[in-house]
Design a binder for this molecule. Structure first.
Ligand SMILES: Cc1cc2nc3c(=O)[nH]c(=O)nc-3n(C[C@H](O)[C@H](O)[C@H](O)COP(=O)(O)OP(=O)(O)OC[C@H]3O[C@@H](n4cnc5c(N)ncnc54)[C@H](O)[C@@H]3O)c2cc1C
Length: 344
């Protein structure tokens, strides 16, 4: 029996139905990519852990997918098992004292657009009472924010409109408004399929678009977040405003393709903003450039959009074009913010 068949049999024995040759494009926001040899959906952290352990036992490569909002999957697909993480339970930890303040990540924030909405986008609820919650990694950010506000808990409103799961948010250390997800992370339970352990904030070496998980490949099972019993009405207004502003961004994309510029790069090239969108639009003049059905978004030039039938190769072609032009015109190396899966 092949390792794939053996893995399928073992997972089905655990009542986890495995599908073969599943198209991955519909599971990503960009909507490109070929098929996964095996595909399994998990609904609890224990199923997630078991699926990883069994894949290791059978030497079948695996990857864990959340919302697929930061992924470009190869047109040739993925020759292993994709685990779609839908573990979405959360709870308040009673009588839990929050840990001491975290090291701050250096920012590359774009100025907030305060002109359009009614909410104060830079307020702080620092003085409100602390509360700690434990949340599973497959929960969707928008669902969690809503559920928390309903329970009188604030803190995550800055991330409204970001199509992430909590696992993806820890992996990438997402940023919204003037905040990083790391600001709220107290400890995280991780597994590599062999060892499951709980690590505190410092282990992750959180940085801009980065956590140590990029190196270790460990998977987030759950995380404890330090939040506030803050002003729910103010937080809800802010969440609505962020979601409104983000709704204007191209949804059929993988978010911003490139990391924003460092302060040193911005200064060296005398640019008014660290935004790569500004650079692609005003300096490289590539906004609206198309390859097949992929386009450098006319709405926001830091995004590449799928107009309908784009391939991963089309998207990669545009990424390479932007990088090449930045190198030729400015001697600038643009680093990607997205994850690529499979062979390109
Ligand atoms: C329209 C749009 C707007 C966006 N706006 C923002 C924004 O404002 N700020 C921002 O920071 N990002 C933004 N993004 C990017 C994206 O939403 C984030 O990077 C997000 O964290 C990805 O989460 P995900 O669950 O979709 O992860 P996926 O895309 O499914 O996976 C991304 C990576 O995370 C890993 N991963 C997923 N789950 C786990 C887990 N449980 N444990 C360990 N690793 C895991 C995957 O293996 C993969 O390597 C945007 C994207 C889109 C499409």
């Amino acid at each position: 029996m092949s390792p794939h068949d053996s893995l399928t049999e073992k997972l089905e024995h655990l009542s986890l139905p495995v599908r073969k040759n599943v198209k991955l494009a519909p599971y990503t926001t960009m909507g490109v990519g070929g098929k996964a040899l095996l595909f399994v959906e998990v609904r609890t952290t224990s199923e997630l852990e078991q699926a990883i352990t069994l894949a290791l036992d059978e030497s079948v490569p695996y990857m864990v997918m959340g919302r697929g909002s930061n992924l470009i999957i190869s047109d040739h697909g993925y020759e292993g098992m994709v685990i779609l993480n839908k573990a979405d339970h959360w709870q308040i930890l009673q009588n839990h004292a929050p840990a001491s303040p975290k090291n701050k990540v250096s920012s590359r924030f774009i100025s907030l657009d305060k002109s359009t909405g009614t909410a104060d986008l830079t307020y702080s609820d620092h003085d409100a009472e602390d509360i700690v919650i434990r949340v599973e990694s497959g929960i969707r950010m928008e669902f969690l924010i809503k559920a928390l506000l309903k329970a009188g808990i604030t803190g995550l409103q800055w991330f409204a409109g970001i199509p992430a799961t909590v696992g993806g948010a820890v992996f990438m250390n997402i940023h919204g408004g003037n905040h990083f997800f790391a600001d709220f992370v107290e400890q995280v339970c991780l597994t590599n399929g062999r060892i499951t352990r709980t690590m505190n904030h410092d282990y992750f070496q959180f940085d801009y678009d980065w956590s140590i998980l990029h190196q270790t490949g460990e998977i987030v099972l759950w995380t404890d977040l330090n939040l506030k019993k803050g002003d729910v009405h103010k937080a809800a207004a802010l969440a609505r405003e962020w979601a409104r502003q983000k709704a204007n961004q191209p949804r059929r994309s993988a978010g911003c393709i490139f990391r924003n510029l460092t302060a040193a790069q911005q200064k060296q090239h005398n640019l008014p903003t660290p935004s790569v969108g500004y650079l692609v639009d005003k300096i490289l003049n590539l906004k609206g450039k198309k390859c097949g059905d992929a386009i450098i978004s006319p709405k926001h030039a830091a995004f590449i959009e799928n107009l309908g039938k784009a391939s991963a190769a089309d998207v990669m072609e545009l990424i390479k074009l932007i990088q090449q032009r930045a190198r030729e015109q400015l001697e600038l190396e643009l680093k990607t913010e997205i994850q690529t899966i499979g062979k390109f």
